[in-house]
Design a protein around this ligand. Structure first.
Ligand code: ZN
Length: 294
């Protein structure tokens, strides 16, 4: 695998298993644009290598991913660099109005996540610590999710940004419709056990065994003939697509864009501060969704 600035990669068993690790631990692996561009490269690199059977997607440090980078200095710099190099896909591109950010989100949040979901390899997300908002999209793009005991899943964009959910709206499919509404309306989190009960997470491993056990799990899956593995993946993905998954994602992306436009209009009228409608910087800690607590 190539050298990446924001990723770390490892290879096992003569290249049969590749591990791609988000490598911005100081930001809890917040996803800046450069990281997402590199992730697309790394997935493509694994996809086009016939030796690779399973790809593990993980994160360096205490958390899998805290979500999209909301404007760190590093993120602003690499955003400007990418927008200068490829303005048609960068937010802040030359196109007026909502079009530039719409194109940016379509490329970098919706279409790339869909491509990774349809990657011609079996993928496993290895999640420890926080998996918030944009972090969910990366985990959901994978075929399987394994969690450390301390894993915590939440989409906080409703309560903190005044947004109706992520660009890749997997929530009702992953949580179930009512739980999706509850978690989006409260911003509460679920732990590994609840995620397992909902069928979103396949395995829960102790934190200090997460790497070892995930690799062992990947090795079992790597035994399956590659074409069989792909046809299993394709059968399930096509079933879900026929149930409306693909079209629902497109519809919800449009709704998401409407929600951004609403905040844009408020900001233009100086009636609010746009994307930060929920005041995310002052937001209290995320709480676990406990059944007996209001
Ligand atoms: Zn958005």
């Amino acid at each position: 695998m190539k050298d990446y600035r924001y990723l770390k990669t490892e290879s096992y068993d003569e290249g049969q298993i590749v591990k791609i690790l988000l490598n911005r631990p100081e930001t809890r692996n917040a996803q800046n644009r450069g990281l997402l561009v590199e992730l697309e490269d790394a997935f493509l690199e694994a996809e086009t290598d016939d030796r690779v059977r399973v790809v593990i997607l993980g994160g360096v440090g205490p958390s899998f991913s805290s979500g999209h980078d909301m404007g760190s200095k590093e993120a602003r710099e690499d955003f400007a660099e990418i927008a200068a190099r490829d303005p048609s896909v960068g937010e802040g591109a030359t196109l007026p109005g909502r079009e530039a950010p719409w194109r940016g989100e379509w490329h970098h949040f919706l279409q790339n996540t869909l491509r990774w979901r349809n990657l011609r390899k079996i993928t496993i997300a290895q999640v420890q610590g926080k998996c918030y908002a944009g972090g969910l999209m990366l985990a959901w793009a994978c075929d399987l999710i394994v969690a450390a005991e301390d894993a915590e899943f939440a989409d906080v964009v409703g309560t903190r940004l005044g947004m109706c959910g992520l660009e890749y709206f997997g929530h009702p499919w992953e949580f179930g419709p009512r739980k999706a509404k509850e978690l989006l309306l409260t911003g509460d989190s679920i732990g590994a056990e609840e995620a397992h009960r909902l069928g979103m997470v396949s395995k829960i491993f102790p934190n200090d065994k997460l790497d070892e056990y995930t690799l062992a799990f990947a090795r079992r899956i790597a035994q399956i003939p590659t074409f069989t593995a792909m046809m299993i993946k394709e059968s399930v993905n096509q079933t879900v697509d026929n149930m409306g998954f693909y079209n629902s994602l497109q519809a919800c992306f449009t709704i998401h864009t409407l929600n951004h436009s609403h905040h844009g209009e408020l900001a233009a009228r100086a009636a609010g501060d746009g994307r930060q409608a929920g005041g995310w910087k002052q937001a209290p800690p995320v709480l676990p969704a406990l059944v007996g607590r209001p």
